[in-house]
Design a protein around this ligand. Structure first.
Ligand SMILES: [Mg+2]
Ligand SMILES: [Zn+2]
Length: 194
């Protein structure tokens, strides 16, 4: 399948957070302070391009550090508000943030389980998996998207900090890119070739 066939009818872009929008912390560490929330290069501009193309942008993020007591759900909301303000200055917007605060095996919303997708559909009932893409840097992101019937893009990310099971994720995804800006370029090029 070429990119156009993959992304032709796209309406909603689901994004993982850590490693896609902001730098991920080393394995086993978490973004516990706003000072640790380092937005990756080109991300605000890439989000603005998605906004301008009329695509809905939704973040779905596993934050088990909340269950483990490293930070609170209120901290995460505060980071997301601060990030949204920063994006606003670039004219970019994220339409919704959906967070799983739970420990592994305790809920229906920790990716790759579908709960965060269901929450997004409750807020935006017009969302369908068939018209959505999931962009992430972990196997759980790619499995989340695939199980729901979305298209998937794997972001290879930091070679010094490879994600566990990245090879399998890369193999399962419909497309592989080095960064969110690169993925957005590919998506928008595929759509405009209609
Ligand atoms: Mg990630
Ligand atoms: Zn959960």
């Amino acid at each position: 399948m070429n990119d156009r066939a993959i992304f032709g009818g796209l309406r909603t872009v689901f994004l993982d957070r850590d490693g896609i929008l902001n730098e991920s912390m080393p394995e086993g560490e978490y973004v516990t302070r706003w000072e640790d929330f380092h937005v990756l290069p080109g991300v605000p501009e890439a989000l603005r391009l998605l906004n301008e193309a009329g695509l809905r942008v939704v973040v779905v993020t596993n934050q088990r550090g909340i269950a483990r007591g490293f930070y609170t759900a209120a901290d995460v909301e505060r980071f997301h508000r601060a990030f949204a303000r920063q994006l606003e200055e670039t004219g970019a917007r994220i339409d919704g943030f959906f967070v799983c605060p739970h420990e592994k095996g305790q809920c229906h919303c920790r990716k790759p389980l579908p709960g965060l997708f269901e929450q997004a559909v409750r807020r935006f009932p017009e969302i369908t998996a068939a018209a959505s893409v999931m962009i992430g840097d972990a196997l759980s992101d790619i499995e989340f998207g695939r199980r729901l019937g979305m298209k998937t893009i794997f972001i290879a990310g930091d070679k010094l900090r490879p994600m566990q099971r990245a090879e399998k994720a890369a193999r399962l995804a419909d497309l592989r890119c080095a960064s969110l800006p690169q993925a957005v370029d590919a998506l928008l090029a595929a759509r405009s070739s209609h």
